[in-house]
Ligand binder design. Structure first.
Ligand SMILES: NC(=O)c1ccc[n+]([C@@H]2O[C@H](COP(=O)([O-])OP(=O)(O)OC[C@H]3O[C@@H](n4cnc5c(N)ncnc54)[C@H](O)[C@@H]3O)[C@@H](O)[C@H]2O)c1
Length: 307
């Protein structure tokens, strides 16, 4: 499999490193900055004798080198800066994502696009429109990251291994994230039996604010280790056809009573893209929150027309 990672900033370069170290694919790293992807790819290759992986990564500034990709990960664009409004970010990154998709898709007409650039839901919708690809071949990454953050915070709170914690968030990044307490377990036990309501709410709020918590600590730039791990997991589900259930920003066609909008839902990815959107047993409150998140995204996507 060939995976192109567009954007060689913090998220793009760590994603390339994870993919090649895991041996998931041949990786092509591309950026507009001359020398940057080439230098990073060389640096990664030079670590291969120590880490013991196939040095299957190259850097380029030329889209011709990305032809025949099975997966394209779009990380090109700006992270949100202090003082930048959502519309400012939307305007800047919409131009970048449009250009990237226009340039990468002619050589890779059968690729699956994983959008990472923020604002995530709008950029995923835009990539789907610009590519003209079937909707099941354009997805966005947010839920795998949010779920990992929540799992980590639960593990930290309870003093257990993060691997013992299962939890999934649906909906969107931030305030419209939909946590599913009834589906969260620690060592197989329901989470709700282990922590009280106030603790649960505190952990959810920390997860909603997790991106901002990192930005505040870093002062400039945003998170990339956990985001790149989340991207690599999605790529692995595609390239190795693991059939793992992952929360993915995907186009709904009636699932959960949601139609014609991108929103975070449980998905099985395959080498053809979204193989299935799985309808978990949600209660009335959870369904209402998911539908509200979907409507919020629909309204935000309408802003793309105002640019
Ligand atoms: N979905 C998520 O959960 C999630 C998580 C983390 C970051 N992000 C987003 O990912 C994006 C990248 O974050 P980062 O930390 O890597 O930023 P960064 O500034 O480190 O890197 C961005 C890279 O994009 C490149 N770029 C800009 N315009 C380009 C173009 N037209 N073609 C090719 N490359 C271009 C830049 O040269 C730069 O190398 C941001 O929008 C950020 O908000 C999303």
């Amino acid at each position: 499999m060939r995976v192109t990672v567009v954007g060689s900033g913090f998220v793009g370069q760590t994603t390339a490193m994870r993919l090649v170290q895991k041996g998931l694919a041949e990786v092509i790293l591309i950026d507009i900055v001359e020398g940057l992807p080439q230098g990073l790819a060389l640096d990664i290759r030079e670590s291969s004798p120590i880490e013991g992986f196939e040095p299957n990564v190259t850097g380029t500034n030329d889209y011709a080198d990305t032809a025949g990709s099975d997966v394209v990960v779009v990380t090109a664009g700006f992270p949100r800066q202090p003082g930048m409004s959502r519309m400012d970010l939307l305007g800047k990154n919409a131009g970048i994502v449009r250009e990237v998709v226009e340039r990468v898709t002619p050589g890779s007409p059968n690729a699956i696009i994983i959008v990472v650039t923020n604002p995530l839901d709008e950029m995923t919708f835009l990539a789907s429109q610009v590519s003209g690809f079937p909707k099941e071949r354009v997805v966005g990454m947010a839920g795998v990251l949010d779920s990992a953050r929540l799992r980590y915070f639960i593990a930290e709170e309870l003093g257990v291994s993060p691997l013992a914690v299962e939890a999934m968030t649906l909906g969107s990044h931030g305030e419209s994230m939909v946590p599913l307490p009834r589906h969260a377990t620690v060592g197989g036990k329901p989470l709700a039996e282990l922590v009280d309501e106030a603790t649960l709410e505190r952990l959810y709020q920390r997860t909603r604010d997790a991106g901002a918590e990192i930005v505040a600590l870093l002062k400039k730039g945003s998170a990339y280790y956990a985001p790149s791990a989340a991207i690599a997991r999605m790529v692995e589900a595609i390239t190795r056809n693991t059939e793992e259930l992952l929360p993915v920003c995907a186009w709904c066609t009636g699932q959960y009573g949601i139609t014609d909008v991108y929103v975070g839902v449980p998905v099985r990815l395959s080498p053809s893209g979204v193989a299935e959107i799985v309808e978990l047993d949600l209660n009335g409150e959870e369904l209402e929150a998911l539908r509200a998140a979907a409507e919020g995204i629909r309204a935000k996507c309408a802003d793309l027309a105002k640019l």
